[in-house]
Ligand binder design. Sequence first.
Ligand SMILES: [Fe+2]
Length: 304
Amino acid sequence: MVNVHIDPNFDDEERRSKLFSGDVIVYTAVAAVDAFAAFTRELVTEAFLPDDPPTVDATRSPDELAEILIDFKPRFIHHPESIGHVRRVTSSLGASLEDTYADVPKLRTAFPAGGLSTGIAKAFQVHRDTWYAAPTQQINWWMPVWPAAENNVMEFYPRWFGRAIPNTSGDYDYYQANIWRSRIKDFSGSADTRVHPSPVRPLPDDEPRLCLVPPVGGIMLFSGDQLHASIPNTSGVTRYSIDFRTVHLTDIREGRSAPGVDVACRGTALRDFHRLTDHAALSEDDVAPYDSGDAEGVKVYVPS
Ligand SMILES: [Fe+2]
């Protein structure tokens, strides 16, 4: 069973254990989240001037949108203020900055159905992040930047938490994917030929779904091992959201995590996580037990 907790009082340790057992947690009003959303709205608005970001797809072609986002998204990710916001959001919700390692925050754009949905604005189909080499200790933090709605967010398939589903994660190699990342433009048209792990068979139409819509200023936490997908955006407006991922050092060292029952990909994303106090990477000793790739990290493969 998956429980949804709204504004709970758990400390970070109890929260992680609930998330690893499949629960989802929503905080509805967090000042630091609100500040991160406001900061992001300002940057996005500037990038799309003179158009209004939620309706920008009406005036710009998919190619123009891809071009703007290919320039903008890395600037957002690496903006010095962005990781500062991650620090303030996590610490204001009780995470220890000393023990928490985070990946850079990503801005997601979901254009109305029929618009740009590949490459830089990829609409992710049914997947677990763990099929993409996310550690099973990973916690996902997801927050809207403009108001979201039930027809433009993401949904979970709670029946499959901790339960194996035949999938293609065995085709995915994290180190190969890192090389594709540097060629994102090539995959932002009709030819998104990257490997995207998915269930072998589509989920049935009557699959039970769970869809949560936090307000702006709110944030949702879930395990990277949850089966989930972007919902085709039928709202008529573009959805902008931020997500980032964290792991806790104790969980890495003690192997406390979500079940990861059907993960067959190679490699690990653990080297992407940095300590929130000083940006230190995890040590290779901490990473090695989870590296199912060729164990030499991100430069194992050369593009063919
Ligand atoms: Fe995901």
